[in-house]
Design a protein around this ligand. Sequence first.
Ligand SMILES: Cc1cc2nc3c(=O)[nH]c(=O)nc-3n(C[C@H](O)[C@H](O)[C@H](O)COP(=O)(O)OP(=O)(O)OC[C@H]3O[C@@H](n4cnc5c(N)ncnc54)[C@H](O)[C@@H]3O)c2cc1C
Length: 449
Amino acid sequence: MPERARRTSSPNTRTDVVVIGAGVAGLAAARQLDDVGVRVLVLEGRDRIGGRVYTHRDARSVLPIELGAEFLHGDAPQVRDIADAAGLIAVEISGSRWRAAHGRLTRDVDFWAGLDRVLGKADPKRAPDRPLSALLAERPGGHRFADARTLAREFVEGFHAAEVDRISERAIAEGGNPAAEPESQRIGRIITGYDAVPTWLASPIASRVHLGTIAHTIEWTPGRVSVHTRGASAGIVQAQAAVVTLPVSLLHANARGRGAIRFTPEVDTIRDAAAGVAMGQVQRVGVLLDRPLVELLGERRQRQLEDATFLMGRGVDVPVWWTSFPVRSGLVIGWAGGPSAIALGRVPREIPSRAIVSLADTLGLDRRTLRRHVVATFHHDWCGDPFARGAYSYALVGGSDAAATLSRPVRRTLFFAGEATDAEGRTGTVHGAIATGRRAATQVARALG
Ligand SMILES: Cc1cc2nc3c(=O)[nH]c(=O)nc-3n(C[C@H](O)[C@H](O)[C@H](O)COP(=O)(O)OP(=O)(O)OC[C@H]3O[C@@H](n4cnc5c(N)ncnc54)[C@H](O)[C@@H]3O)c2cc1C
């Protein structure tokens, strides 16, 4: 299905199951239900499928430019199986990691071990739960681990897109520390574009995906739902069950405006659980250079950074950078998560230029020289995106059980899926989101008999 193509007629209709959201979770749920002969209809507010998987293509770049998800984290079997079935090219990323500040570079050979020295101290049974910042304030490891503590803070802000004084220590201990699980350190990417994954998921159900159709109210009684929509195909969809796959930001009781949804009657368990989960903020900037980044460096640096994948800078607006290694291209990605993303969100128009300054300062390059090599920059404002309102979820203090609550059916009629509902430590990922869609489809099929 061409990603942007489908706008269908009014969804004023009856179906067995209505799925809200055509991100990977919604599409995975709909596809699995379709496979077992359940009639499904998918409502999607955007003009495209994929949600937070959002691939942009530009003739000037040999590689597609991911504006949302890019990596396969860990084994990610749900994604790798699709890549195999769809004949996609997934590559492993194994190059070197570097830390950089004011042009000084050090190779980070001890990255995961350093992280584990601190995050490994998080207690899965901590009662009462507390923010990770409280653990850091205890200075685990004393003077010797001061650097590891800074690394842990930077990692949690960047990788979890979280604020350390809000994220749950228990949740970090239960699945938020990849340093503890070597298999989850594996990382890959689909070099032909991540959007092929939602496209594959949607292929058998393409005619039942209604784009540009925003669900705003779900009226329900056990065994029956009426979903009210506005937009391209406004109307009412009636079904026996609904699978709701909205980002958790839209399930918060105080969410208003486009994308937010009202339940009649209200579903307190879901609203309460959603309150235990925050939407992490990220600013991700693609910078396309007219040559690979290393070619702008001196000879010694070129040799050092030939296989560089990640660079973690300090004291700049956009602190994390990665290259397209093992593919050699002029595309580099800048990443700011948590507090630095929130700060940048206040000056959205300055984000691309601040990113270029950050990259130059991190590598000790002359800013004007670097600017001359910039062909284009690419950025999607996930914070301001009404259908996302952030990048991905993280558990707040006291919220480490929220995903499990969100994953439970409500009166065999309302089912929730999406990355924030994954109770197996895969929140914030594509493979976790797919798994939740399939879990919800299994729950629905069971409920419908
Ligand atoms: C910048 C960024 C980088 C990321 N990097 C990675 C990565 O490298 N690896 C990784 O595994 N994961 C990554 N993620 C996370 C990953 O993208 C998500 O976990 C996953 O795509 C979520 O899928 P989902 O189906 O749960 O939600 P979504 O993709 O958000 O799908 C929900 C859908 O519901 C639609 N919707 C919302 N409101 C309504 C409404 N009222 N009516 C109808 N439709 C509605 C939305 O438009 C959307 O299409 C990243 C995310 C971001 C933003």
